[in-house]
Ligand binder design. Structure first.
Ligand SMILES: Cc1cc2nc3c(=O)[nH]c(=O)nc-3n(C[C@H](O)[C@H](O)[C@H](O)COP(=O)(O)OP(=O)(O)OC[C@H]3O[C@@H](n4cnc5c(N)ncnc54)[C@H](O)[C@@H]3O)c2cc1C
Length: 231
């Protein structure tokens, strides 16, 4: 597969073990649909798919958000530095936001598996501000709430409704959000509000399996669900 070189221009510490890497399009601009990933080559031995977490409207830069996990994730997180050049293949993948409609969007994800939701959100904010987007974000600990400050900034006055659920049995001090996991009732009520709602989910095998069961239990039509397994 053909790859092109892109230079890392900024690194943001998002959570204690998740970083966003901002790369410059430079001489090789490409377009993508929110939700797509590209295969990223750190070196000859180390490559993996990463979802583009930025808006397709950004002309100069694009972004990946990487968890320090597994072989690739740990090496990329630890080694990739500002000024480094990484080779990247063409955008691909089927977890694509449908951009030719204003149907409401519901995104389900856990911890670091919501970069596509960020890309969806910025697309919708700029191009389709009348379109509704609900993000159900499950977190395994308080420090895993990804993109918290930027999403908080938009929550008052934007298409985004965010439901952050802490997947722990007891409420820790300072946590005012929900506890537990997403339920079929939550999804069913969104569907009943608007049966055109499209449901997207991405993540590691166990979470994706859980979300598929939820969507089934909520009786969401199969053609309204889009799921991407990362493992
Ligand atoms: C379509 C797609 C998009 C992806 N987008 C992103 C992204 O935006 N950001 C990102 O950080 N990663 C993303 N990943 C995961 C990434 O490609 C690597 O799989 C990850 O960095 C782990 O590296 P590895 O596969 O070399 O790990 P290995 O050591 O080979 O891991 C083995 C397997 O375990 C799985 N795994 C790793 N961590 C966990 C975990 N915490 N829980 C359960 N299973 C796990 C891996 O997915 C892999 O399949 C994506 C994967 C796919 C398929």
């Amino acid at each position: 597969m053909e790859t092109k070189p892109y230079t890392i221009r900024r690194i943001l510490q998002e959570t204690p073990d998740v970083r966003s890497f901002i790369l410059e399009f430079g001489d090789h601009p490409f377009s993508f649909t929110p939700g797509q990933f590209t295969v990223v080559h750190l070196n000859a031995e180390c490559q993996a798919p990463l979802t583009i977490s930025s808006s397709p409207h950004d002309q100069k830069y694009f972004q990946f958000t990487v968890k320090r996990t597994g072989n690739f994730g740990t090496q990329f997180y630890d080694q990739a530095q500002i000024g480094d050049t990484v080779s990247i293949g063409e955008p691909m993948g089927q977890l694509k936001l449908q951009t030719d409609t204003l149907d409401p969007v519901c995104f389900l994800g856990s911890d670091y598996c919501i970069p596509a939701a960020r890309s969806f959100f910025y697309y919708i904010l700029i191009r389709q501000p009348q379109r509704k987007m609900t993000l159900f974000h499950e977190v395994t600990s308080l420090d895993q709430v990804l993109y918290d400050n930027e999403f908080k900034h938009f929550e008052q006055n934007s298409p985004l409704t965010r439901v952050v659920l802490l997947n722990q049995p007891n409420r820790p001090a300072g946590w005012a959000g929900g506890l537990g996991r997403i339920t079929p009732v939550m999804l069913r009520s969104l569907y009943l509000e608007n049966p055109k709602t499209k449901f997207y989910a991405a993540g590691e095998f166990a979470e994706v399996k859980f979300y598929q069961q939820l969507l089934q239990a909520a009786e969401i039509p199969k053609q309204s669900t889009f799921v991407e397994r990362w493992s």
